[in-house]
Design a binder for this molecule. Structure first.
Ligand code: SIN
Length: 348
């Protein structure tokens, strides 16, 4: 783990030509439309990894590329089984001596969830870089080819070692923990609210402006093994809003969920009716995490005043979707009780 802020600039790749594995999972970067002017009406995940690589001849100047088609999906349909397959493959590849880094092409819609899952479960300090595109490969000014080139530049660069899982998108390098999708259509679709990007990549030059502070990858207790494919603790997300009720929470408890993340208003505040339902869920042994639907900032833990009395955990600066990932992993690792689970949220 690299815990110190760093400013490292280098156009020199890790070795003369490092071997980088590109794992393709689908998404708009592998999307295709009937005509080049269509950037919304297209099918995601239909273009194979060979074609994606062929669109970027300059990759051969950066690395020896070893490509694999892991899946061909629209990332809205990401599954636990595919998460496990991806994590297992990344760990297996990075355990071999000849692979210097991994690039994953992914849909933008759930990219931040997959990236954070890998950030907590990859067992290597070698670079893992996710990238994607907002325009299909058939579009005028498709953004996928340059994003892919930049992702390989980052994965092949020594400065990316020990930074955890990274996202290279629109010339910026983000930490998997911080990055979120913030636009439904713009090519500058990813931001790291409050903290900003880690650095940037342009024309083969990679520069980090800061380091990653919280533990990740090899410093995490979480692991994905072959048994993880179907055995994920059920954790769902509910939202608080004007007139919210406890109906959904009661149904989830009845269905046997292990955890509920609530996307609260403002600083994770919760409508009184919904809050009573969640407090009752805690009494039934369900882990409840208070996050915010706002999109930036953090949720303060109100200790004895309310959270501890109600048995609620707070998500810190994780958005509800990433809080769900961490809660699933913490529960799968045997975490029980609000105090122990809160420690995971305070740490990661
Ligand atoms: C997807 O997430 O697979 C489709 C949308 C995108 O990649 O932008």
């Amino acid at each position: 783990m690299n815990t110190s802020p760093s400013s490292s600039s280098s156009a020199i790749p890790l070795s003369a030509l490092p071997r980088i594995a590109v794992l393709a999972t689908g998404g708009t970067i592998a999307g295709s439309a009937q005509d080049a002017t269509s950037t919304a009406g297209y099918q995601a995940g239909v273009v194979g990894v060979g074609q994606l690589l062929a669109a970027v001849p300059a990759l051969s100047t950066l690395a020896h590329i070893q490509a694999e088609q892991i899946a061909s999906i629209d990332s809205k349909d990401m599954s636990f089984a595919l998460w496990a397959k991806l994590a297992l493959r990344v760990n297996a590849l990075l355990a071999t001596g000849d692979i210097e880094g991994v690039v994953i092409t992914h849909g933008t819609d759930t990219l931040e969830e997959t990236a954070y899952l890998l950030h907590l479960t990859v067992k290597s300090t070698k670079p893992v870089v996710l990238t994607a595109a907002m325009r299909p490969s058939s579009a005028l000014s498709a953004d996928g080819p340059l994003n892919l080139l930049n992702a390989v530049s980052v994965a092949a660069n020594r400065a990316a070692h020990g930074q955890g899982v990274l996202v290279a998108f629109n010339n910026r390098i983000h930490s998997a923990r911080d990055v979120v999708k913030t636009s439904t259509f713009a090519v500058d679709a990813f931001q790291s609210p409050e903290v900003g990007a880690l650095g940037w990549v342009q024309d083969g030059r990679v520069e980090f402006q800061r380091g990653v502070v919280r533990p990740h990858t090899v410093a995490c207790e979480f692991a994905i093994d072959a048994a993880s494919t179907g055995a994920w603790p059920a954790v769902e997300i509910v939202t608080s809003y004007a007139g919210a009720t406890r109906v959904i929470v009661d149904a989830l408890v009845q269905a046997g969920v292990r955890g509920i993340v609530v996307a609260g208003t403002g600083n994770g505040s919760i409508h009184a009716a919904l809050q009573q339902g969640l407090a009752d869920a805690v009494a039934r042994g369900v882990a409840v995490v208070r996050a915010s639907r706002v999109g930036s900032g953090h949720v303060m833990h109100n200790g004895a005043a309310s959270d501890d009395a109600l048995g609620f955990i707070t998500a810190n600066s994780l958005n509800p979707y990433k809080a769900r990932v961490l809660l699933m992993l913490a529960l799968a690792a045997g975490g029980t009780g609000p105090a122990a689970l809160q420690q995971a949220f305070d740490l990661y």
